[in-house]
Design a protein around this ligand. Structure first.
Ligand SMILES: N[C@@H](Cc1ccc(O)cc1)C(=O)O
Length: 511
């Protein structure tokens, strides 16, 4: 398999696979072997057999959810999928961006490829075809309770496959019908179970969770490097990251963070006892204990996310092999809800940590002799210049906004749909909150990184510092893009630039 493709064959995908497809670093390749096609088609054929022999299948010859007691006469069965995506066309709010939309499509196709949804191979091919052409359904973000699946947002994928609603194609919003016509794509008439199979799962929240996991992992490393810079700039006590010290409280992620900071600090700082200050404030001394929580949680987040990603999250489950239709609640996104609620809390704690680190850097009462607000102005203009004062205020605002979003979404279950869905996950809201918390925390990181680099340079102005290779690399990689702040400057542009670099994972951090 060429390594610029991700094979979807009913096997296991990783978070990275989904992120690669989302960012177009790799393309999705659907298994086209006769074996796989037959395995998938067997489910669709089994539904036809059931219809012929028994004349009854939930969601095929019945209404949906609480309306399952309503029977659909055979002559109307073919219209049911169209009705399903049509009445769910009520999403509101901003649309998912292109990367998120690709991730959603890839996650859904992978669930259908498990072979338990009773859809035709053709349906998988059509979703994969949309990804190949980068025809992206315009999906509104709001309107899923994340338990009866992401029904409403996924109805936009179902409708587009049928040639309805709008897509984003080559950067423009156009009707799906016009794009299909231009590319000679025939709209797909969905089979009776296919509308439900596309919509009755957790693809939206799981896709966001994959993207969030990658961003959170990078932020944990970036916050670690920033902590090293802050410690150097504040002449911190390197002994706080001592190997033996962490050996006696052995959380693996915490040990990893302490080790990374230790590796970043100049060797001289590690040898002696810090005689100027015994104990730094908690935002330095406890940084491994804060970042370490996220580092330790990332593996279990991954386990939850990848399990969901590689599952048949649908209902009913069509077990063609054993000739059974299994009715359950696999559309319920409880694991993703919990992972996202937890991740947003751990990430917002990083925002809070960096906010406190920056507060120390700018404050002449605590910054060990650095200029107020880290202003780099020469003495004759010092009184005019305010350096990072407004940036620090903005960081406090972004941090407050991130912290405010940590209210768990999963505890806000509402009994809905005539009390059929009387307990729901709210996982999609949790995932959207998590993405927003990540955005805000990246803003905090961009500002703190620029300020910390300035602080290290100011510290070195009197007597040049001996810096380790990692830290020197970060300094030069920041300085390639953001010059030293001597006289007051509007910092929006460098902040935006830095934010883009964080999102592209530009800085080399740790192995
Ligand atoms: N998730 C429901 C199906 C459903 C679909 C659409 C609805 O509007 C409501 C319910 C089930 O599988 O039981």
């Amino acid at each position: 398999m060429a390594n610029n493709t991700v094979l979807v064959d009913g096997g296991q995908l990783t978070i990275e696979d989904i992120c690669h497809i989302a960012k177009q670093a790799k393309s999705l390749k659907l298994d086209d072997t006769a074996f796989f096609k037959a395995r998938i088609n067997k489910g669709a054929e089994f539904i036809n057999t059931l219809l012929r022999e028994e004349g009854f299948v939930y969601g095929v010859t019945t209404g949906y959810g609480d309306s399952c007691t309503v029977s659909i006469p055979m002559e109307h069965v073919a219209d049911l999928s169209r009705h399903l995506y049509t009445f769910h066309g009520c999403g509101l709010g901003a649309h998912f961006d292109p990367a998120q939309t690709r991730a959603i499509m890839a996650v859904r196709i992978n669930s259908l490829a498990q072979g338990f949804s009773g859809v035709r191979y053709t349906l998988l091919e059509r979703i994969s075809g949309l990804l190949d052409h980068d025809i992206l359904p315009l999906i509104p973000q709001e309107g899923s309770v994340g338990a009866s699946g992401d029904l409403t947002p996924l109805s936009y994928l179902a409708a587009v496959l049928a040639g309805e609603r709008e897509v984003c194609y080559q950067g423009q919003v156009r009707s799906a019908a016009s794009v299909f016509k231009a590319l000679c794509i025939t709209p797909l008439t969905l089979n009776p179970k296919e509308g439900l199979a596309i919509m009755n799962g957790t693809a939206v929240m799981t896709a966001l969770a994959c993207l969030a996991h990658q961003r959170a992992a990078y932020l944990a490393q970036l916050n670690t490097r920033i902590t090293s810079l802050v410690s150097i700039a504040l002449q911190g006590n390197a002994g706080h990251f001592d190997e033996r010290l962490f050996g006696v409280k052995p959380h693996a992620g915490q040990i990893k963070v302490a080790g990374r900071i230790r590796g970043d600090l100049p060797v001289a700082a590690l040898t002696g006892r810090n005689d100027t200050r015994l104990q730094d404030r908690y935002s330095l001394r406890c940084a491994p204990h804060i970042i370490g929580v996220l580092e330790d949680a990332l593996p279990w987040f991954r386990q939850f996310i990848e399990n969901e990603l590689n599952s048949a999250n649908d209902n009913p489950i069509i077990d063609a092999e054993n000739g059974r239709v299994l009715h359950g609640g696999h559309f319920y996104g409880g694991h993703i809800a919990f992972a996202m609620d937890s991740m947003k809390t751990a990430v917002a704690n990083l925002a809070d940590l960096m906010d406190r680190q920056l507060a120390q850097l700018v404050d002449p009462k605590f910054n060990q002799g650095l200029p107020a607000n880290l202003s780099g102005a020469k003495a004759e203009h010092a009184m005019l210049n305010h350096g990072f004062k407004a940036v620090q205020i903005a960081v406090s605002a972004w941090t407050a906004e991130a912290l405010k979003l940590t209210m768990p979404a999963s505890v806000f279950s509402r009994s809905t749909e005539c009390h059929n869905q009387d307990k729901v996950s709210m996982g999609t809201i949790a995932a959207r909150d998590c993405i927003r918390v990540l955005e805000l925390t990246e803003q905090v990181a961009a500002a703190t990184l620029i300020a910390a680099v300035q602080a290290v340079e100011l510290r070195g102005a009197g007597q040049p510092l001996v810096l380790g290779a990692n830290v020197s690399l970060t300094l030069s990689q920041v300085r390639e893009h953001v010059p030293f702040l001597e006289s007051d400057r509007a910092l929006e542009q460098p902040l935006r630039l830095c934010l883009g670099l964080i999102r592209d994972e530009y800085w080399s951090l740790y192995e």
